[in-house]
Ligand binder design. Structure first.
Ligand code: NAP
Ligand code: G4F
Length: 351
């Protein structure tokens, strides 16, 4: 019997990779999509199946995590074995502009989904998309024991979601796992996150569409990994004997400035000529230094990231150059091929 998975946030970076992965393992996948006035399904176009055809394994449903009734109905109707809660207002800077909305989606949305599962009385394994942003001001390296000290409305809402996930496990015996994931990126990363802003910006500079890029804090350090490797671990967490929480990262950290230097030099550009500061990209408070200690995941899930910072930058620059019709240096794509990681051919239509 094939298993059934239910994914909120299926149209996002992680949701699209996770759906692809689960379909490749024979799952029936149900995804929640929001009603929007323009199409928001670019990242899953390549796996879309016409619902009128026979043997459809990917099924999309309108819903919203702020509408608890839609969640209850969908959980009852789809009867999932596994639920992945990836839906979020996921932009930290924007959470300062939309603090209450962010709390509703990221915080209340989580407890609404947990309640829908609990009340359905179905046997469900649940994954919560927690974030390294929850560590905030706590010094590195950060692991499962590190104290949370959130520095944004986004992170505070994620801390709430993390603790209700743990609470429902302890109170009701639910199989709930919280994955505390450090930053993970890909050619499908939203263009307003810093990695993609850099790599897509480089492609546009090379294509002579723009001649300057504006950034905020260049000193912040992040532990950046490759999204498809992280989404596979979400699944692994739910296959374990017992539910647990895990920190996932590469154990390597670089500043935003390092990222810019690496990406521009790979593309053969002098970064100083193109980078300018804009206060609007500064945050009222920012997380200075994230560096994971993923020892637990290494030991219990066999976690060993193949894609590290330099390769990640090359992969993203390559695909962004392709997306504007330019021939890339190709080292990133070559790395994916050599390591058997090129299992999706959809990166040239990124979100
Ligand atoms: P993303 O690309 O921004 O995707 C977010 C997804 O959530 C999109 O599908 C979005 O739908 C959906 N969504 C937003 N509000 C919703 C609502 N009210 N109801 C239903 N769906 C809603 O984010 P991501 O990078 O894939 O991240 C996935 C999850 O992991 C998020 O919870 C994020 O906070 C968390 N996380 C991400 C990272 C990272 O580095 N990427 C690290 C740690 C944790 P639309 O397409 O319609 O906007
Ligand atoms: O790429 P970012 O926006 O990612 P951030 O804030 O670390 O959040 C991402 O990772 C979290 C995991 O730790 C997720 F939970 C969250 O959902 C999201 O996926 O910013 C990274 C750093 C920040 O310090 C920011 O201040 O880059 C700095 N930065 C400098 N200039 C900029 C810019 N960030 C953005 N987005 N845009 C800029 O122009």
């Amino acid at each position: 019997m094939s298993k059934t998975a239910f994914i909120t946030g299926i149209t996002g970076q992680d949701g699209s990779y996770l759906a692809e992965f689960l379909l490749s393992r024979g799952y029936e996948v149900h995804g929640v999509i929001r009603r929007t006035s323009t199409f928001n399904t670019q990242r899953i176009t390549h796996i879309f199946q016409d619902p009128h055809e026979a043997d459809v394994h990917l099924k999309l449903h309108y819903g919203d995590v702020t509408d608890a009734s839609s969640l209850s109905l969908l959980i009852r109707e789809t009867e999932p074995d596994e639920v992945y809660n990836l839906a979020a207002q996921s932009h930290v800077r924007v959470s300062f502009d939309l603090p209450q909305y962010t709390a509703m989606v990221n915080g209340v949305g989580t407890i609404s989904l947990l309640e829908a599962i609990r009340q359905s009385k179905q046997d469900v394994r649940y994954y919560q998309a927690s974030s390294s942003e929850m560590f905030g001001a706590s010094p590195p390296p950060q692991n499962e024991q590190t104290i949370f000290h959130p520095l944004s409305p986004y992170a505070a809402a994620k801390v709430y979601a993390h603790w209700v996930t743990v609470n429902y496990r302890e109170a009701y015996g639910m199989f709930n796992c919280s994955g505390i994931l450090f930053n993970h990126e890909s050619p499908r990363r939203g263009r307003t996150f810093v990695t993609r802003k850099v790599t897509h910006g480089i492609a546009e500079i090379l294509a002579k569409k723009i001649d300057v890029l504006y950034f905020g804090n260049l000193d912040a350090k992040r532990d950046w990994g490759y999204a498809p490797e992280y989404t596979e671990l979400m699944w692994k967490m739910l296959q374990a004997d017992k539910p647990d929480d895990y920190v996932i990262g590469t154990g390597e950290s670089h500043s935003v400035r390092d990222l810019i230097i690496e990406a521009f030099s790979y593309a053969g550009l002098e970064w100083e000529k193109y980078i300018k500061h804009d206060e609007r990209y500064m945050r009222p408070s920012d997380v200075n230094y994230l560096l994971s200690d993923p020892s637990k995941a290494r030991k219990k899930l066999g976690w060993n990231p193949k894609v590290r910072f330099k390769e990640l930058v090359r992969i993203m620059v390559d695909y962004d150059m392709l997306s504007v019709g330019l021939e890339p240096p190709g080292e990133g794509i070559e790395f994916l091929k050599k390591n058997g990681l090129l299992w999706s051919n959809s990166e040239e239509t990124p979100g």
